[in-house]
Write a protein of this length. Structure first.
Length: 219
C-alpha cells in the first residue's frame, strides 16, 4: 500500500521539489562563513516543515473520512486545491516580469545562525501557501486512503524526502566536493533568482491541472 500511495502523491512531491524559491536560500547559506551548520539547520527545518504540514492534512482527512459517510468530499477537496494551484500559477505567470525588491530575510542570510536558518525553513515550507497547498493535496490523498499508522508514517516520510531533494542537494554537493561546487552554485542561484517566477508558475499550474483532473475523475 505504501508504494501505491507514494505513486499517488508523487506529483505533489515533485511540485515541491521543483519549486526554485527554497533552493535559493539553500544555496546562499552555503556562501556564508558558517556554511555547514546553517545549511544543515535549514535542511532540517525544511524537512520538519513539510512533514508537519503533510501530517496535519493526513490527520484531518482521516477524521473527516470517519465522520462523513459520503466519500465524495475527497474529490471535491482535490478539485478545490487543483483550482487554487492553477489560479496561483496563472497569477504568478502574469506577474513574472514585475520588478520587486529582494525579501528582507534574503538580505539577512549572511548573518544567519542555525536557529534562524531553521526558523526560515519552517516559514518557507509550512507557512508558504504554494507549498502548503501541495502538502494539503498529498495529505488528503494519504489520509483518505485510511492507511494504518505505520503506512501513513512511512508514506509521509518518503513524500517529505522526495519533496526535499532539491533543498538538500546543494548541501550534499558541498559535502561531497567542497568549495569546488561554489562557482556552479552561484551560477545556479543567479539563474533561479532571474527565472524563479516563471519556473514556479509552470510547475504550480501543471501540478494544479493534475490534481484537478484527479479530483474530477473521483466525482
Amino acid at each position: 500500500m505504501v508504494t501505491e500511495l507514494i505513486v499517488d502523491v508523487l506529483p505533489m512531491a515533485l511540485g515541491i521539489a521543483l519549486s526554485p524559491f527554497p533552493v535559493i536560500p539553500a544555496i546562499m547559506l552555503l556562501l556564508t562563513p558558517r556554511a555547514v551548520p546553517v545549511s544543515s539547520a535549514f535542511v532540517a527545518g525544511w524537512l520538519v516543515g513539510v512533514a508537519v504540514a503533510t501530517s496535519a492534512f493526513v490527520s484531518l482527512a482521516s477524521v473527516l473520512d470517519r465522520a462523513d459517510e459520503q466519500p465524495g468530499w475527497v474529490a471535491w477537496v482535490r478539485v478545490a486545491i487543483g483550482l487554487a494551484l492553477i489560479a496561483l500559477g496563472v497569477r504568478q505567470w502574469l506577474t513574472r516580469h514585475a520588478r520587486t525588491e529582494s525579501p528582507a530575510w534574503m538580505a539577512s542570510l549572511e548573518s544567519a545562525t542555525p536557529g534562524s536558518a531553521a526558523r526560515l525553513a519552517l516559514l518557507l515550507s509550512a507557512a508558504n501557501p504554494k507549498i502548503l497547498l501541495l502538502a494539503a493535496a498529498a495529505g488528503v490523498t494519504i489520509g483518505s486512503a485510511e492507511p494504518g499508522l505505520g503506512v501513513a508514517v512511512a508514506t509521509v516520510a518518503v513524500f517529505t524526502l522526495l519533496a526535499s531533494v532539491s533543498v538538500a542537494l546543494p548541501l550534499v554537493s558541498y559535502a561531497a566536493a567542497g568549495e569546488r561546487v561554489l562557482g556552479p552554485l552561484r551560477r545556479a542561484r543567479d539563474w533561479l533568482q532571474a527565472n524563479n517566477a516563471a519556473v514556479m508558475a509552470v510547475v504550480i499550474t501543471v501540478i494544479g491541472v493534475l490534481v484537478l483532473a484527479n479530483g474530477v475523475q473521483g466525482l
